[in-house]
Design a protein around this ligand. Structure first.
Ligand SMILES: NC(=O)c1ccc[n+]([C@@H]2O[C@H](COP(=O)([O-])OP(=O)(O)OC[C@H]3O[C@@H](n4cnc5c(N)ncnc54)[C@H](OP(=O)(O)O)[C@@H]3O)[C@@H](O)[C@H]2O)c1
Length: 297
């Protein structure tokens, strides 16, 4: 089996490439610049530069690669950047997805799209797959539009939605756990919001869920997330306690404390019953995720 990954230099792209290679799957990793993944020695691994906003490159590379399945993770994934640069966000998240879909359709590959809890309005939380969307920021809007395009794909497709992914980000970008460690290690105060609810997702659980979707090719939407609903403040406290740092350095604040360009949905988090039942997905408890994040080689 051959799997093509878009945005492979990213947080998920790295982890998923590593898992697929371990499973003996051929990986065609693609990204907007040079390869930043350390798998070049593996004969199952190939990297092809492919900016999804360049239609000719997308069509040419996807045709040449002839993958059985395309996992589309590439995105402008920071909500504030999307809010500040809406044209770029639309070009990458919507038009880029449309190009990848069109190229995938020309070879009839299975299409797996990565989406987000930010397609929901955050009023109720613990969303199920069929709950009505209602994004509150531009990032969520673009991801929803890309979902709708995916749902028109003429061949088999699936959509994996996830929530606030954490873990050892070998691709570089720091997530909340890394920030807690960095600040508290230096004895600095760290302000964290306590009025948003999420079901934080351990990166390796997400990769495993996607692996199951690659293996089983179920059709439709799946919520792949952690099981425990908590606020970012609670995540930070549990991280500080786990690492033995001074919890008093963590300051509980409201989203209104920060002047962020993009509004955040208040309560999200996913009901993952469908993924557990149909895919055999089972995420680790948060403390196990912490152990794997900080102590796994
Ligand atoms: N991380 C989360 O908490 C989270 C939560 C919900 C949903 N998601 C979704 O999950 C997917 C993966 O997220 P992630 O955390 O792995 O994000 P990420 O680390 O930001 O990775 C996204 C990748 O897309 C690449 N990219 C951006 N523009 C591109 C373009 N024009 N052509 C080709 N590649 C391009 C980026 O390249 P550069 O590295 O070169 O910038 C980056 O490597 C995304 O679709 C995101 O919307 C993530």
């Amino acid at each position: 089996m051959r799997v093509l990954i878009t945005g492979a230099n990213g947080f998920l792209g790295y982890s998923l490439s590593a898992l697929l290679l371990k499973k003996g799957v051929a990986v065609i990793a693609t990204g907007s610049g040079p390869c930043r993944l350390p798998f070049q020695e593996n004969s199952l691994f190939r990297y092809i530069p492919m900016d999804i906003t360049v239609p000719a490159a997308v069509h040419q590379q996807i045709k040449l690669a002839a993958a059985d399945i395309i996992v589309h993770t590439a995105a402008m994934s920071k909500p504030d950047e999307c809010e500040l640069h809406p044209e770029k966000a639309y070009a990458v998240n919507v038009r880029g997805t449309a190009e990848v879909l069109e190229a995938a359709a020309s070879i009839g590959s299975h299409f797996l799209f990565l989406s987000t809890d930010f397609i929901f309005d955050g009023q109720t939380g613990m969303y199920q797959e069929e709950d009505p969307p209602g994004p509150v920021n531009y990032y969520g809007q673009t991801k929803l539009e890309a979902e709708l395009l995916t749902r028109q794909y003429p061949f088999d497709y699936s959509i994996a939605r996830t929530v606030l992914v954490y873990g050892n980000n070998r691709s570089g970008r720091k997530n909340i756990l890394g920030m807690v460690k960095e600040k508290l290690e230096k004895g600095e105060v760290f302000k964290v919001v306590d009025d948003q609810l999420r079901t934080p997702t351990f990166i390796e659980d997400l990769s495993f869920g996607i692996w199951k979707m690659i293996e089983q090719r179920p059709k439709g939407i799946f919520h792949i997330a952690g099981e425990e609903q908590m606020t970012p403040y609670e995540m930070a406290v549990r991280t500080a306690k786990f690492l033995g740092y001074n919890v008093n350095l963590l300051q509980r604040v409201n989203a209104s404390t920060f002047t962020e360009p993009a509004k955040r949905p208040l309560k999200t988090g996913f009901d993952i019953t469908k993924a557990k039942k149909e895919l055999g997905y089972q995420p680790v408890p948060f403390e196990k995720g912490l152990e794997l994040t900080f102590y796994q080689k």
